[in-house]
Design a protein around this ligand. Structure first.
Ligand SMILES: Cc1cc2nc3c(=O)[nH]c(=O)nc-3n(C[C@H](O)[C@H](O)[C@H](O)COP(=O)(O)OP(=O)(O)OC[C@H]3O[C@@H](n4cnc5c(N)ncnc54)[C@H](O)[C@@H]3O)c2cc1C
Length: 512
């Protein structure tokens, strides 16, 4: 960490701006000591323990503070990087010290929970854990769809276009109305919120005129200060299930069986088809099973499968509604998957002591939860997470998995991954787990991640999430019509933010 702590020494360049920020927001609104700034940087990223720190972080408490910050940043030509707290901040070493993280942890008011219409209006620092605590005692009870960790927030998950695990999984669809401060200081409300005295800001998404909410996702066009989200009324019953598929080659058949069940919405939530290693990584690090280097041995994998009573693929979904309807749906699902040799069928009744199933069950039933371990911890804490979108068919799933796993093996890495079937497609969410303290591992992991992005794109599978260090490579695969897509967004960025005040991992800002 010593090297990282030294890396923001050019933060002197932002000192006049920080003085002005302290005067406008209060002395205790600025974090500039290096030990405290370390929390904004991910030491398990491809940059490793030397990941450069931001010059400072600021904690506004109001919209007026956010406006003041933008004015000061514009005047001093420094960059602002909004983050919810866990990060990652991921700027290059030559820029990082002149960037200031905007941490909204003090903008954490739950402005409204509307039980009649099942929505909430929150500030960007409100976490899933906080909102869930508030909803727990509601009448009627409302569920929260959580995409990652209880410490993350509905606002950042919307900006990131994350998907959770209940039927309200798609966070862009379930967002309704937002408020943002643009780089020029103007305060914008979208949808029905653009109308004074609107009675339906959180009830109807579109308003009149262009629909712009999506423009605030993965874009750095504004700092969001409020977000409306729809909440799912708790159903009479929720039955999570798990289906184990012993052989890796049966992925093809499993996804073909799953497709009609998803498209007809017989299974209405995100269905996770998790590889054995991905499930294993949620309960313990790799060293528990195999102390060697390189991809895990077949014998160690077989031992994990038998110790944890899992297949090479493990399907997780849930059924919702009244118990008789759930019973019928579960029978349809079991009949369909029983065509796969030795498929195993589980619910909470016959799988009581499985911490991974318990964790996934909580997420599928509207409870923010954290697993005993994470895929990030699988190999010494280094993780490069990359997701592609594939059409929801067995042939595509098998082809994409073989390709990505093969590339990981070429680079001598495991490939813990899962398919997450949402509407008509699935994410293939994979992790390259590496040792962040080894320069060689970091270099190989970066080459591996780049190769996956490039070769998957050649097969028609677009990357939708990638480490900041390879954001440019991921973006360059969206190159149709001479890069018209990125050209359009660069024009928008130049118009909204001519001084390039807002930075982000997405390749629109020159700040990073
Ligand atoms: C253990 C783990 C499990 C995960 N599982 C899933 C999963 O199952 N499904 C899934 O889809 N994703 C998953 N993720 C990814 C996760 O959802 C994203 O990392 C998440 O959206 C980021 O949350 P954060 O609080 O760290 O956000 P941050 O990194 O703080 O922010 C995310 C983005 O939003 C921007 N942003 C934040 N606040 C604002 C604001 N006020 N205004 C404008 N822009 C803003 C940031 O600049 C950044 O680009 C997982 C991540 C982890 C660590």
């Amino acid at each position: 960490m010593a090297t990282a702590l030294a890396a923001n020494s050019d933060s002197r360049a932002i000192t006049p701006a920080l003085d002005q920020i302290r005067a406008a927001l209060g002395d205790n609104s600025v974090i500039a000591d290096r030990a405290s700034l370390a929390k904004y940087v991910d030491s398990g990223s491809l940059a490793g323990p030397d990941a450069p720190l931001p010059g400072a972080a600021v904690m506004p408490t109001s919209v007026e503070h956010v406006r003041a910050l933008l004015a000061i940043a514009t005047q001093h030509r420094i960059g602002l990087w909004p983050l919810v707290g866990s990060g990652p901040f991921a700027a290059s070493a030559d820029r990082a010290g002149q960037l200031v993280v905007v941490d909204p942890q003090r903008m954490n008011r739950i402005l409204e929970v509307n039980e009649k219409y099942a929505y909430a209006l929150v500030e960007p620092g409100v976490t899933y854990a906080q909102l869930h605590d508030r909803l727990r005692d509601g009448n009627p009870p409302l569920w929260l769809d959580c995409a990652s960790q209880p410490s993350s927030s509905p606002a950042s998950d919307f900006v990131n276009r994350s998907f959770g695990y209940t039927p309200y999984n798609d966070h862009v669809i379930m967002q309704c109305g937002l408020e943002a401060v643009l780089p020029d200081g103007s305060l914008v409300r979208t949808g029905m919120g653009a109308m004074p005295k609107s009675s339906s800001w959180q009830l109807f998404k579109y308003g009149y005129g262009p629909y712009t909410d999506g423009s605030f996702t993965q874009s750095s066009l504004g700092i969001m200060t409020k977000i409306g989200i729809w909440l799912m009324p708790a159903p009479p019953a929720c039955q999570p299930f798990m289906i184990t598929i012993p052989r890796e080659e049966d992925l093809h058949a499993a996804i073909d069986i799953l497709k009609p069940l998803k498209i007809t919405m017989l299974i209405p939530n995100t269905v996770v088809v998790s590889h054995l290693l991905d499930d294993a990584a949620l309960s313990a690090p790799r060293s528990k099973y195999d102390s060697g280097s390189g991809p895990i041995s077949a014998s160690a994998a077989a031992k994990i499968a038998s110790d944890t009573n899992r297949g090479m693929w493990n399907i997780y979904g849930a059924l919702y509604g009244v118990p008789p309807g759930i019973a019928v749906g579960w029978k349809v699902i079991q009949d369909a998957f029983s065509k796969i040799p030795k498929a195993g069928f589980y619910t909470n009744e016959n799988r009581k002591d499985d911490p991974v199933f318990a964790y996934r069950s909580q997420l599928m039933c509207g409870v923010p939860a954290a697993p005993p371990s994470t895929t990030r911890q699988w190999n010494a804490g280094g993780h490069a997470e990359i997701s592609q979108v594939i059409p929801l068919t067995g042939a595509h799933a098998a082809r994409a998995f073989d390709l990505a796993k093969g590339i990981a093996r070429e680079h001598k890495f495991d490939y813990p991954c899962s398919f997450q079937a949402t509407w008509r497609s699935a994410f293939l969410a994979g992790t390259i787990p590496f040792d962040p303290n080894s320069a060689d591992d970091r270099k190989r992991a970066q080459a591996c991640a780049k190769s996956i992005v490039e070769r998957m794109a050649k097969s028609g599978y677009g990357t939708v999430a990638a480490p900041a260090e390879i954001a440019a490579e991921a973006a360059s695969t969206y190159s149709a019509h001479n890069g018209a897509f990125w050209n359009m967004h660069r024009k928008l960025k130049a118009e909204f933010d001519p001084r390039d005040v807002l930075a982000s991992p997405f390749p629109l800002s020159k700040q990073t």
